[in-house]
Design a protein around this ligand. Structure first.
Ligand code: HEM
Length: 235
């Protein structure tokens, strides 16, 4: 019996799914929904800032001890961080590969006519890049304190958030990113629902409404924090 050679080998199911455009879109949809879930929880948690420094800082401490004694200090937090990093990488990689495919698939003649991607596609691409850069800035600002203006105080997120929104550029960076987030979630949620087969003639209107409400609540909820600091409600 002849031995199987390299070329005889069939690609694995995972490989076949990943290589297909639908597979990549499914990866984008699932990873996007995981991040969306995190954002809803994060936004609600952030609103605790309106209850004062001790409640907000206590909440940040609880994030590190949640699950104890089964989980060790910060284990749950690290689990969430790992899931998020995997989701961000999967989302960005599939987005990049799908857009490369999209560009390659265009007929050459198209280029002369300067055919451009649709408004929604361009907004999603630029929005994704802005959000990727924002996440790096945000972690360096409020998690590690590397780019934080003034004295970063580990374990005192209330004081750190007030510090960030006491500078004009802190407000500009966050508010621009939150507007980009709203647009990205609005279209992204809708696309994810279509990819995962939730769409349909009767459900499309409801899905669009859910996407609008989610995007608006997230944007307003996040922006409430810098506005709170700017107006002196949080100080
Ligand atoms: C006004 C808007 C926001 C504020 C005030 C804010 C506030 C914070 C604070 C205080 C922390 C540190 C928490 C701690 O160390 O206990 C944090 C962490 C984080 N935030 Fe935000 N956030 C905002 C928006 C966002 C957005 C839009 C995203 C995602 C697109 C995001 C993603 C993250 C991530 C990934 C972490 C790191 C968690 C960790 O590993 O420690 N945040 N945020």
């Amino acid at each position: 019996m002849a031995l199987a050679t390299r070329t005889d080998r069939r690609p694995s199911l995972a490989r076949t799914v990943w290589d297909s455009s639908l597979g990549k879109k499914t990866v984008m949809a699932v990873s996007g929904l995981i991040m969306l879930l995190y954002l809803v929880v994060h936004m609600i948690g952030n609103l605790k800032i309106f209850f004062g420094a001790s409640e907000f800082n206590h909440y940040a401490h609880w994030l590190r001890v949640v699950g104890e004694p089964f989980m060790h200090y910060e284990w749950t937090l690290w689990l969430v961080r790992i899931v998020l990093v995997v989701a961000v990488i999967a989302h960005a990689t599939s987005a990049y590969q799908l857009s490369r495919r999209d560009i390659k698939a265009r007929p050459v003649a198209y280029r002369h006519k300067k055919a451009r991607a649709s408004y929604a596609t361009r907004t999603m691409r630029w929005g994704g890049i802005i959000l990727g850069l924002f996440i790096v800035w945000h972690i360096l600002d409020l998690t590690t304190g590397t780019v934080h203006s003034g004295g970063f105080q580990p374990g005192h997120p209330y004081q750190n958030v007030v510090g960030t929104f006491s500078t004009w550029y802190g407000n500009v960076i966050y508010i621009v990113a939150m507007l980009a987030l709203g647009l990205h979630v609005r279209h992204g949620f809708w696309s994810a629902a279509q990819t995962l087969g939730a769409g349909g003639r009767t459900r499309d209107r409801a899905l669009k409404a859910v996407a609008d409400v989610l995007a608006l609540l997230l944007t307003l909820g996040f922006i409430a924090v810098p506005v709170g600091v700017m107006t002196g409600v949080v100080s």
